[in-house]
Design a protein around this ligand. Structure first.
Ligand code: S3P
Length: 472
């Protein structure tokens, strides 16, 4: 899983996309599954773990703090829980490129009785940590970062914490999860309000591991307040990680924008706080089917009904299902407001779809994109232009003027996996050859991206290819 420093990815214009695939395990859930089972008492078997570099960082950090984790295969872990009693690490904990690893772990470490240091790569070391440092300090944690933005390395001296009532200043599941995890180690109740809902995997997993949070809609009905009781214990429970919707998003978007494409993705995580891309594509004129009946329809927030996960009985506590996409000519749309948090990781690929659609696609209220693995607004604007796309950049987003003739380009990844994969998809629609530079970063979330591309992409006429039994 080491990163080849100078790797490139070359793609050509595709003739057609189709077939049936599954994608690797969900990144957000893989981090949380290994973290929660390490904190639980008892033994948890995790199936479908994402062997991407980000999640491996979380796993290694937990091993470095005395948690025994047997790696049965790349995707199957047996975690022997520590019942919340981690040991002081002998070395700094390396979170690599992963904001989720650093922010969630910081919440746990704030409540441990030792000092630890969290480090990361150049990108992670420039990302804002003030958002976690401020509330963790309010809870009583001793935590130091660098400069005004409190960037990594973070030095955390854990100790007694007290629950707080806190309204998130930014819609961030990493921040919410950090504080809920710290709340498990605090005295009293920790009450976190989000005015815009963000992904709810932490809430579901708390319930799954037998420490259900209490959740209520905010008075305006738009947000929710999540409360955890300090001292709640997690209990081991085998967990199946479904396919990552954010990885499938590249194929869903590509198939949706290619007339004649017919692609099915199975065993896919369909948590309604993550599947906003499907609504965006439907607005753009796509044909998307979700056959069968995933236990919760996409877009539904059960919290509105005062739902608490008391009776989670399956092995993943997440809706899982199949998505079928049929390609069409698409048209532009606007993505803004509360929808942004739901599609936060899909905005680079949505920008690509905007380039392929007729008319304008406007992305607003997405200033968070500027503090992801790279500034994704600047990076996508630059790369889209290299393909011949007309883009207007805004402080909080961009407008993509669709319908331009696309020519293959040589573009950089900015060390960001989602920029690299999004541009590879644009290359499938561009005349000639596209080269993406520095694609080692793809391994952070989707190590088998290139292999999966070759499973579903036909670079020659598909009927001829299948007649001759030839490769794609
Ligand atoms: C994640 C939350 C999101 C997302 C990231 C994964 C998580 O980040 O962009 O890829 O697993 O909680 P923010 O919480 O910073 O928006």
């Amino acid at each position: 899983m080491s990163q080849a420093p100078a790797s490139t990815l070359t793609v050509r214009q595709v003739k057609q996309l189709g077939g049936e695939i599954t994608v690797p395990g969900d990144k957000s859930l893989s981090h949380r599954a290994v973290l929660f089972s390490a904190l639980a008492d008892g033994t948890t078997v995790i199936d479908g773990f994402l062997p991407g570099e980000d999640c491996v960082c979380t796993m290694r950090a937990l091993q470095a703090m005395g948690c025994t984790i047997e790696v049965e295969s790349k995707t199957r872990l047996i975690v022997h829980g520590t019942a919340g009693k981690l040991l002081a690490p002998l070395e700094p904990l390396d979170c690599g490129n992963s904001g989720t690893a650093m922010r969630l772990m910081a919440g746990v470490l704030a409540g441990q009785s030792f000092t630890s240091r969290l480090i990361g790569d150049a990108s992670l070391s420039s990302r804002p940590m003030k958002r976690i440092v401020d509330p963790l300090r309010q809870m009583g944690a001793k935590i130091e970062g660098k400069g005004e933005k409190h960037t990594a390395p973070l030095e955390i001296t854990g100790g007694p914490l007290t629950g707080i009532e806190y309204t998130l200043p930014v819609a961030s599941a990493q921040l919410k999860s950090c504080l809920l995890l710290a709340g498990l180690f605090a005295t009293g109740t920790t009450s976190i309000t989000e005015t815009t809902p963000s992904r709810d995997h932490t809430e579901r997993l708390l319930a799954f591991f037998h420490a259900p949070p209490v959740i209520a809609a905010t008075p305006d009905g738009k947000g929710r307040t999540i409360r955890v009781r300090g001292g709640s214990k997690l209990h081991a429970r085998d967990f199946n990680v479904p396919g990552d919707f954010s990885s499938a998003a590249f194929w869903i978007a590509a198939a949706a924008a290619l007339p004649g494409a017919d692609l099915t993705i199975t065993n896919l995580g369909l948590n309604g706080t993550r599947t906003g891309l499907l609504s965006v594509l439907l607005r753009m004129g796509a044909k998307v089917e979700v056959p069968g009946n995933p236990s919760e329809p996409s877009g539904a927030f059960p919290w509105d009904k005062g739902y608490i996960y008391e009776s989670i009985s399956d092995s993943s506590c997440e809706p899982v299902g199949t998505v079928r996409v049929l390609g069409r000519k698409l048209h532009g749309t606007k993505i803004s407001g509360a929808e942004i948090a739901n599609v936060i990781d899909e905005l680079p690929i949505i920008a690509v779809v905007g380039a392929l659609a007729d008319g304008d696609t406007e992305i607003r209220d997405a200033q968070e994109l500027r503090v992801k693995e790279t500034d994704r607004i600047a990076a996508m604007a630059k790369n889209l232009r290299a393909f011949g796309v007309d883009v207007t950049e805004h402080p909080d987003g961009m407008t993509i003027h669709g319908g331009a003739k696309l020519t293959g380009a040589r573009v950089g990844s900015f060390g960001d996996h989602r920029i690299a994969m999004s541009c590879a998809i644009l290359g499938l629609f561009s005349k000639g050859e596209t080269v993406i530079e520095e694609t080692g970063c793809i391994a952070t979330s989707y190590p088998s991206f290139e292999q999966d591309l070759h499973k579903i992409a036909y670079f020659h006429d598909p009927s001829l290819a299948s007649l001759l039994g030839a490769g794609r």
